[in-house]
Design a protein around this ligand. Sequence first.
Ligand SMILES: [Zn+2]
Length: 117
Amino acid sequence: MSVKECMRCKTKKPLEEFPPHVLSAVCRECLNENPKLSTAERERMNLWDKLEDFLTVYNRMKNREWSWANNMSCKYVSLHVDMRDGGCIIADRDGKRIGPNRLAWQYSDETPKPPND
Ligand SMILES: [Zn+2]
């Protein structure tokens, strides 16, 4: 049985314990325990986001609860989906990877700046 060492917990685990992204270096357990990693960290470790989190924002847009006018860098986004497990990579209009929180942000007096992503 092939095993791989998780980059975060440094534990050797069977390959099934890793998301099926060819280069994923972090086990599922660590991934679930660390949902607050920055997008830069997630990019470095090849951790993908969840399509569900993209669709939550998409549904808000459909319900007119989210508008690109309050998040101009997300007027156009690119979505790259892994059909094996629903992992996704979201990129803003400049092609820069962003996380679901950055996509979900809406300008308002209370939140004039996008979240650190
Ligand atoms: Zn781990």
